[in-house]
Ligand binder design. Sequence first.
Ligand code: PLP
Length: 230
Amino acid sequence: MSTIAENIAKVGARIREAAQASQRNLAEVGLLAVSKTKPADAIREAHAAGLSDFGENYLQEALGKQAELSDLPLIWHFIGPIQSNKTRPIAEHFAWVHSVDRLKIAQRLSEQRPAHLPALNICLQVNVSGEDSKSGCAPEELPALAKAVATLPNLKLRGLMAIPEPTDDLAAQHAAFARLRQLRDELALNLDTLSMGMSHDLEAAIAEGATWVRIGTALFGARDYGQPTH
Ligand SMILES: *Cc1c(COP(=O)(O)O)cnc(C)c1O
Protein backbone atom coordinates (compact mmCIF):
# COMPACT_ATOMS: atom_id res chain seq x y z
CA MET A 1 0.00 0.00 0.00
CA SER A 2 1.19 3.54 -0.71
CA THR A 3 1.58 5.98 2.16
CA ILE A 4 -1.50 7.88 1.02
CA ALA A 5 -3.56 4.68 0.88
CA GLU A 6 -2.31 3.78 4.36
CA ASN A 7 -3.21 7.23 5.63
CA ILE A 8 -6.68 6.95 4.11
CA ALA A 9 -7.17 3.65 5.92
CA LYS A 10 -6.07 5.23 9.22
CA VAL A 11 -8.31 8.28 8.81
CA GLY A 12 -11.17 6.00 7.79
CA ALA A 13 -10.70 4.03 11.02
CA ARG A 14 -10.71 7.24 13.08
CA ILE A 15 -13.93 8.36 11.40
CA ARG A 16 -15.55 4.95 11.94
CA GLU A 17 -14.62 4.88 15.61
CA ALA A 18 -15.81 8.44 16.17
CA ALA A 19 -19.13 7.73 14.45
CA GLN A 20 -19.58 4.59 16.50
CA ALA A 21 -18.71 6.33 19.76
CA SER A 22 -21.40 8.96 19.15
CA GLN A 23 -23.89 6.49 17.64
CA ARG A 24 -23.95 8.28 14.34
CA ASN A 25 -24.55 6.68 10.97
CA LEU A 26 -21.18 6.42 9.22
CA ALA A 27 -22.84 7.21 5.88
CA GLU A 28 -23.61 10.74 7.14
CA VAL A 29 -19.94 11.63 7.60
CA GLY A 30 -18.13 12.52 4.39
CA LEU A 31 -14.35 12.62 4.04
CA LEU A 32 -13.25 15.72 2.13
CA ALA A 33 -9.57 15.35 1.21
CA VAL A 34 -7.86 18.75 1.43
CA SER A 35 -5.20 18.71 -1.26
CA LYS A 36 -3.91 22.30 -1.18
CA THR A 37 -0.17 22.56 -1.98
CA LYS A 38 -0.12 18.85 -2.94
CA PRO A 39 0.59 17.71 -6.51
CA ALA A 40 -1.99 16.21 -8.88
CA ASP A 41 -0.31 12.81 -8.48
CA ALA A 42 -1.20 12.74 -4.79
CA ILE A 43 -4.85 13.34 -5.69
CA ARG A 44 -4.68 10.61 -8.33
CA GLU A 45 -3.33 8.24 -5.70
CA ALA A 46 -6.04 9.18 -3.21
CA HIS A 47 -8.70 8.66 -5.87
CA ALA A 48 -7.26 5.22 -6.70
CA ALA A 49 -7.56 4.42 -2.98
CA GLY A 50 -11.26 5.33 -2.97
CA LEU A 51 -11.65 9.08 -2.39
CA SER A 52 -13.78 11.25 -4.66
CA ASP A 53 -14.14 14.65 -2.97
CA PHE A 54 -11.22 17.09 -2.89
CA GLY A 55 -10.96 20.51 -1.27
CA GLU A 56 -8.74 23.31 -2.53
CA ASN A 57 -8.00 26.79 -1.13
CA TYR A 58 -6.08 28.53 -3.90
CA LEU A 59 -7.91 29.09 -7.16
CA GLN A 60 -5.05 29.09 -9.67
CA GLU A 61 -3.50 26.02 -8.11
CA ALA A 62 -6.86 24.23 -8.11
CA LEU A 63 -7.61 25.01 -11.75
CA GLY A 64 -4.22 23.63 -12.78
CA LYS A 65 -4.80 20.36 -10.95
CA GLN A 66 -8.36 20.07 -12.27
CA ALA A 67 -7.01 20.31 -15.82
CA GLU A 68 -4.37 17.65 -15.12
CA LEU A 69 -6.97 15.34 -13.57
CA SER A 70 -9.83 15.90 -16.02
CA ASP A 71 -9.86 12.17 -16.86
CA LEU A 72 -11.10 11.38 -13.33
CA PRO A 73 -14.68 11.82 -12.00
CA LEU A 74 -13.66 14.02 -9.06
CA ILE A 75 -15.91 16.31 -7.05
CA TRP A 76 -14.22 19.63 -6.29
CA HIS A 77 -14.89 21.80 -3.24
CA PHE A 78 -13.61 25.34 -2.81
CA ILE A 79 -12.73 25.95 0.85
CA GLY A 80 -10.49 29.05 0.84
CA PRO A 81 -11.06 32.79 1.18
CA ILE A 82 -12.90 34.24 -1.83
CA GLN A 83 -12.13 37.57 -3.48
CA SER A 84 -15.06 38.99 -5.40
CA ASN A 85 -13.08 39.21 -8.65
CA LYS A 86 -12.46 35.42 -8.50
CA THR A 87 -16.04 34.22 -8.23
CA ARG A 88 -16.58 33.36 -11.91
CA PRO A 89 -14.03 30.52 -12.17
CA ILE A 90 -15.22 29.23 -8.80
CA ALA A 91 -18.84 29.19 -10.04
CA GLU A 92 -17.71 27.40 -13.19
CA HIS A 93 -15.32 24.78 -11.82
CA PHE A 94 -16.55 23.58 -8.42
CA ALA A 95 -19.50 21.56 -7.09
CA TRP A 96 -19.32 22.98 -3.56
CA VAL A 97 -18.13 26.21 -1.93
CA HIS A 98 -17.66 25.97 1.86
CA SER A 99 -16.32 29.45 2.51
CA VAL A 100 -19.06 31.94 1.63
CA ASP A 101 -19.19 34.63 4.32
CA ARG A 102 -20.92 37.57 2.67
CA LEU A 103 -23.92 38.17 0.46
CA LYS A 104 -22.04 39.88 -2.37
CA ILE A 105 -19.98 36.73 -2.97
CA ALA A 106 -23.08 34.53 -2.93
CA GLN A 107 -24.90 36.82 -5.38
CA ARG A 108 -21.97 36.73 -7.79
CA LEU A 109 -21.66 32.94 -7.55
CA SER A 110 -25.37 32.57 -8.30
CA GLU A 111 -25.24 34.97 -11.27
CA GLN A 112 -22.13 33.32 -12.67
CA ARG A 113 -23.12 29.67 -12.19
CA PRO A 114 -23.37 28.21 -15.73
CA ALA A 115 -26.93 27.22 -16.68
CA HIS A 116 -25.93 23.70 -17.73
CA LEU A 117 -24.61 22.85 -14.26
CA PRO A 118 -26.67 21.89 -11.20
CA ALA A 119 -27.04 24.43 -8.40
CA LEU A 120 -23.78 25.18 -6.60
CA ASN A 121 -23.76 23.69 -3.08
CA ILE A 122 -23.01 26.37 -0.50
CA CYS A 123 -21.90 26.40 3.11
CA LEU A 124 -21.76 29.66 5.01
CA GLN A 125 -18.54 30.06 6.96
CA VAL A 126 -19.11 31.26 10.50
CA ASN A 127 -16.53 32.67 12.87
CA VAL A 128 -17.32 30.67 16.00
CA SER A 129 -14.23 31.49 18.01
CA GLY A 130 -13.90 35.20 18.08
CA GLU A 131 -11.49 37.90 17.12
CA ASP A 132 -8.44 36.08 15.75
CA SER A 133 -9.88 34.71 12.55
CA LYS A 134 -10.74 37.23 9.86
CA SER A 135 -12.78 34.76 7.82
CA GLY A 136 -16.36 33.85 8.49
CA CYS A 137 -19.42 35.90 9.27
CA ALA A 138 -20.23 36.80 12.87
CA PRO A 139 -22.89 34.57 14.44
CA GLU A 140 -25.14 37.64 14.81
CA GLU A 141 -25.01 38.26 11.05
CA LEU A 142 -25.77 34.66 10.13
CA PRO A 143 -29.60 34.60 10.14
CA ALA A 144 -29.94 37.50 7.68
CA LEU A 145 -27.17 36.16 5.45
CA ALA A 146 -28.63 32.64 5.40
CA LYS A 147 -32.11 33.91 4.60
CA ALA A 148 -30.80 35.96 1.67
CA VAL A 149 -28.55 33.23 0.29
CA ALA A 150 -31.37 30.66 0.48
CA THR A 151 -33.34 32.68 -2.09
CA LEU A 152 -30.59 32.85 -4.74
CA PRO A 153 -31.62 30.80 -7.77
CA ASN A 154 -28.45 28.98 -8.78
CA LEU A 155 -27.21 28.12 -5.33
CA LYS A 156 -28.29 25.41 -2.93
CA LEU A 157 -27.66 26.45 0.65
CA ARG A 158 -26.58 23.21 2.38
CA GLY A 159 -25.27 24.31 5.76
CA LEU A 160 -22.47 25.87 7.77
CA MET A 161 -18.70 25.64 7.93
CA ALA A 162 -16.25 26.68 10.62
CA ILE A 163 -12.52 26.64 11.32
CA PRO A 164 -12.33 27.07 15.10
CA GLU A 165 -9.10 28.23 16.67
CA PRO A 166 -6.82 25.20 16.97
CA THR A 167 -6.70 23.84 20.51
CA ASP A 168 -5.75 20.58 22.24
CA ASP A 169 -8.47 21.20 24.82
CA LEU A 170 -11.14 18.64 23.97
CA ALA A 171 -13.87 20.51 25.82
CA ALA A 172 -13.11 23.66 23.82
CA GLN A 173 -13.15 21.67 20.56
CA HIS A 174 -16.56 20.24 21.42
CA ALA A 175 -17.92 23.64 22.46
CA ALA A 176 -16.97 25.31 19.16
CA PHE A 177 -18.47 22.53 17.05
CA ALA A 178 -21.61 22.35 19.19
CA ARG A 179 -22.01 26.09 18.69
CA LEU A 180 -21.96 25.67 14.91
CA ARG A 181 -24.54 22.89 15.10
CA GLN A 182 -26.74 25.04 17.32
CA LEU A 183 -26.49 27.98 14.91
CA ARG A 184 -27.45 25.68 12.04
CA ASP A 185 -30.44 24.30 13.95
CA GLU A 186 -31.63 27.77 15.01
CA LEU A 187 -31.80 28.86 11.37
CA ALA A 188 -34.60 26.29 10.92
CA LEU A 189 -33.91 26.15 7.18
CA ASN A 190 -33.60 22.37 7.09
CA LEU A 191 -29.88 22.48 6.33
CA ASP A 192 -28.26 19.04 6.15
CA THR A 193 -24.57 19.99 6.24
CA LEU A 194 -22.00 20.80 8.90
CA SER A 195 -18.50 21.17 7.44
CA MET A 196 -16.26 20.98 10.49
CA GLY A 197 -13.30 19.02 11.81
CA MET A 198 -9.73 18.81 10.50
CA SER A 199 -6.83 16.40 11.08
CA HIS A 200 -6.41 17.23 14.77
CA ASP A 201 -10.04 17.51 15.86
CA LEU A 202 -12.16 15.30 13.65
CA GLU A 203 -13.35 13.14 16.58
CA ALA A 204 -14.90 16.09 18.42
CA ALA A 205 -16.44 17.37 15.18
CA ILE A 206 -18.07 14.03 14.39
CA ALA A 207 -19.40 13.76 17.94
CA GLU A 208 -21.05 17.17 17.45
CA GLY A 209 -22.61 16.36 14.09
CA ALA A 210 -20.06 16.97 11.30
CA THR A 211 -21.22 15.79 7.87
CA TRP A 212 -17.96 16.76 6.14
CA VAL A 213 -14.63 16.48 7.86
CA ARG A 214 -11.94 18.35 5.90
CA ILE A 215 -8.68 16.43 6.22
CA GLY A 216 -5.32 17.47 4.76
CA THR A 217 -2.26 16.65 6.88
CA ALA A 218 -3.46 13.26 8.12
CA LEU A 219 -3.92 12.10 4.50
CA PHE A 220 -1.15 13.81 2.56
CA GLY A 221 1.45 14.70 5.22
CA ALA A 222 2.65 18.14 6.34
CA ARG A 223 2.39 20.99 3.84
CA ASP A 224 5.48 22.83 2.62
CA TYR A 225 4.52 26.42 1.90
CA GLY A 226 8.10 27.23 0.92
CA GLN A 227 7.63 25.39 -2.38
CA PRO A 228 4.33 26.68 -3.71
CA THR A 229 2.80 24.65 -6.52
CA HIS A 230 0.90 27.69 -7.76
C1 PLP B 1 -5.95 23.35 5.17
C2 PLP B 1 -7.38 23.24 5.56
C3 PLP B 1 -7.91 22.05 6.10
C4 PLP B 1 -7.09 20.82 6.41
O1 PLP B 1 -6.35 20.98 7.56
P1 PLP B 1 -5.44 19.80 8.17
O2 PLP B 1 -5.15 20.26 9.54
O3 PLP B 1 -4.24 19.69 7.30
O4 PLP B 1 -6.26 18.55 8.14
C5 PLP B 1 -9.27 22.03 6.36
N1 PLP B 1 -10.06 23.09 6.13
C6 PLP B 1 -9.59 24.23 5.61
C7 PLP B 1 -10.52 25.35 5.36
C8 PLP B 1 -8.23 24.34 5.32
O5 PLP B 1 -7.79 25.51 4.82
